[in-house]
Design a binder for this molecule. Structure first.
Ligand code: CMP
Length: 138
């Protein structure tokens, strides 16, 4: 079980001004922020990031949305980080997310669900390396 995971505050949440609240909730949940930056992904950048979903029917909409406006990408540290971050985010569909989760509080729909998190230690390493160099991790 690794202690790092990768997260994104997605364009819907950044646009709505929720970034500060989400960072506060991350801090309160005991994560250490090892790296963080705001960036505006290109369509190709989003397609590379979500390459595993290339064959899915929602791929075009997903990558268009993720490149529609700036997002905040981050590296989070905590024991069992992947699960801990997924627990804090809640279910992918905000309508099914538990009370007290970020997607319940800030997500609008299945596609625009406020935050992203890695689904495994292996993917966390891949996703961290997609956005951050070793030098950027404090
Ligand atoms: P995320 O954790 O960023 O990983 C892939 C994203 O695809 C997911 O969150 C959803 O926001 C988005 N998505 C859009 N439509 C669907 C769908 N029908 N099923 C699953 N994920 C979807």
């Amino acid at each position: 079980m690794g202690n790092l995971t990768f997260g994104i505050v997605k364009p819907d949440a950044v646009r709505a001004g929720h970034t500060g609240n989400i960072i506060q909730r991350i801090n309160e949940a005991g994560f250490k922020l090892r790296a963080m930056k705001t960036l505006h992904m290109s369509q190709r950048g989003a397609e590379g990031f979500y390459a595993v979903h290339r064959e899915r029917p929602f791929f075009a909409g997903l990558t268009e949305f993720m490149s529609s406006a700036p997002c905040v990408v981050m590296v989070l540290e905590k024991e069992g980080a992947v699960k801990a971050w997924r627990d804090l985010m809640g279910a992918t569909d905000p309508a099914k997310a538990d009370e007290g989760t970020l997607r319940k509080d800030f997500g609008g729909s299945l596609g625009e669900n406020a935050v992203h998190g890695s689904d495994s230690d292996e993917n966390a390493a891949i996703e961290i390396a997609y956005f951050f160099s070793q030098l950027e991790l404090v």
